[in-house]
Write a protein that binds this ligand. Structure first.
Ligand code: HEM
Length: 456
């Protein structure tokens, strides 16, 4: 028997008031205690900031690699879920509303409903990006964001597996891969430093044109600004340094060199598109793409069976190179280069009847979603098959984000990275014994800074 009278009797029998029975409390979002909040901030978020969100700090990456300490990130969020259920869970952070997303379906919702009500432009992210790209799409709202996002989608050909300038681009990749192989032959191996230099030459060539390929000074200026961005609010903006960097980018864009992405910009430009700021994000993000590709090469060098299949694909397989693309996706699943996807609610949002206030910052912690060994049988295994069918986003695998704010260069990164790998696999690479990756036991952190692959 239901209805208000029995409910009233049962509440009063429990010692509650008649008022509580007639107006049952609204469901509340789970709230972490101060202790739990400290554990989440210290163990799950702390290492991400310590490593550097915008430019990695090699010594901290090495320390995390050697100690395996990043496993604690996943454990801290698993413990939160064990106590509070699927969340989202509000943290006890005075002066700032913050929530952690713990369930793949909730992560999907937040990403699908970007940018409204879940804005990409979160206060902390804005403060960091303002150091080098104050008008970047991620740090913009409303019509500004819409125009900037459209510009990115158009120039980067975000919907196409192979960019329409693919022919020019693969010529640049081939030339750079050959230079890298020649250097490796000469030096007996390929260090991260050598790979990174070649990779950035390629990236500048693709974005700004071949005559920008050797402009290392441009990348050096950006590194200094990204170093400041690691400190967000805590470091004053270096306006004149930013202006120098922006002037150098503008000079390259003005040439609109045929075959480069810059050549597509005049047609895609609109009054609020701010191309120089979008290009700053691209030049910054090529770093992540290089890291992902070098790690993918290390995965293949550690697992010879997969390397042989990848080599066969490069020689005789589909020109879209699905296995090599999947290897890059696995590299960023296992070691996400964007470990924190941040959003901010621009209004109240409803979570199964509970209300999350406007202005709440939301954290989607990629390593927790990608390496959750309580939920995913393949958490610590190299599993390229995940990306060859099915719906990885449904289970929370979002290395390039998802929904309307997904990375507009996802296809381009897979395309150029897989071509680079196809060329490099012309040789057989060896990982130093103590750094070899073991199937089923992928480490929580991957330190590429101190790694040199040798040639057999
Ligand atoms: C391994 C390489 C890369 C990964 C894993 C990656 C991942 C991501 C992720 C997760 C986001 C969403 C961030 C957020 O919402 O806070 C994002 C955004 C973005 N990425 Fe990438 N990215 C990569 C490389 C690149 C490259 C090479 C470019 C440009 C050439 C690029 C351009 C962008 C842009 C413009 C956005 C902002 C999109 C927007 O405002 O809606 N990314 N990327």
């Amino acid at each position: 028997m239901g209805g208000p009278v029995p409910a009233l009797i049962s509440v009063i029998a429990r010692g509650g008031s008649a008022c509580e029975a007639l107006h049952p409390p609204m469901p509340q979002l789970s709230r972490a205690t101060i202790r739990e909040t400290a554990a989440v901030l210290g163990q799950a978020v702390g290492p991400l900031f310590a490593k550097g969100m915008f430019v990695r700090r090699p010594s901290i990456v090495r320390l995390l690699h050697d100690t395996g300490a990043e496993l604690a990130e996943v454990r801290a969020l698993q413990a939160l879920r064990a106590r509070h259920g699927p969340g989202p869970v509000m943290l006890a952070t005075p002066g700032r509303r913050l929530a952690v997303v713990l369930d793949p379906a909730h992560a999907r919702r937040v990403l699908d409903e970007t940018p409204e009500p879940f804005e990409t432009d979160m206060a902390e992210k804005h403060a960091a990006l303002a150091h080098f790209e104050p008008r970047g799409s991620l740090a913009s709202r409303g019509e500004d964001r819409a125009e900037r996002r459209r510009f990115n989608d158009r120039v980067l050909d975000s919907a196409c597996p192979i960019h329409h300038l693919g022919g020019e681009m693969t010529a640049i990749v081939t030339a750079e891969a050959e230079a890298l192989l020649a250097r490796a032959d000469e030096e007996g191996g390929l260090s991260w430093g050598a790979f990174k230099d070649g990779w950035h030459c390629m990236a500048r060539g693709v974005v700004l044109g071949r005559s920008a390929a050797d402009d290392k000074e441009l990348s050096r200026l950006l590194i200094r600004l990204r170093g400041d961005a690691n400190w967000a609010f805590l470091k004053p903006k270096r306006r004149s340094l930013r202006e120098r960097f922006q002037a150098a980018v503008r000079a390259h864009l003005d040439r609109a060199e045929p075959g480069s992405l810059a050549s597509l910009m005049p047609a895609a430009n609109t009054p609020r598109a701010a191309p120089v700021d979008q290009v700053a994000q691209w030049l910054f993000a090529w770093d992540a793409a290089g890291i992902a590709t070098f790690r993918a090469l290390t995965l293949l060098a550690s697992l010879p069976g997969y390397a042989q299949s990848a080599r066969d694909e490069a020689l005789h397989g589909s020109p879209e190179l699905p296995l090599l693309r999947a290897t890059i996706l696995e590299s960023v699943r296992l070691w996400p280069t964007t470990p924190a996807i941040l959003r901010e609610t621009d209004r109240e949002t409803d979570w199964n009847g509970a209300t999350m206030p406007a202005g709440t910052g939301l954290l989607i912690h990629a390593p927790y979603f990608h390496r959750d060994d309580q939920r995913l049988a393949y958490a610590n295994r190299f599993a390229p098959e995940l990306w060859l069918g099915g719906d990885p986003e449904r289970v929370g695998l979002v290395p390039f984000s998802a929904g309307p704010g997904f990375c507009p260069a996802k296809q381009l990164v897979e395309f150029l990275g897989s071509h680079m790998l196809a060329h490099l696999l012309a040789r057989i690479w060896r990982v130093p014994e103590r750094r070899r990756l073991e199937q089923g036991r992928m480490p929580p952190t991957f330190d590429q800074f101190s790694l040199t692959l040798s040639l057999t």
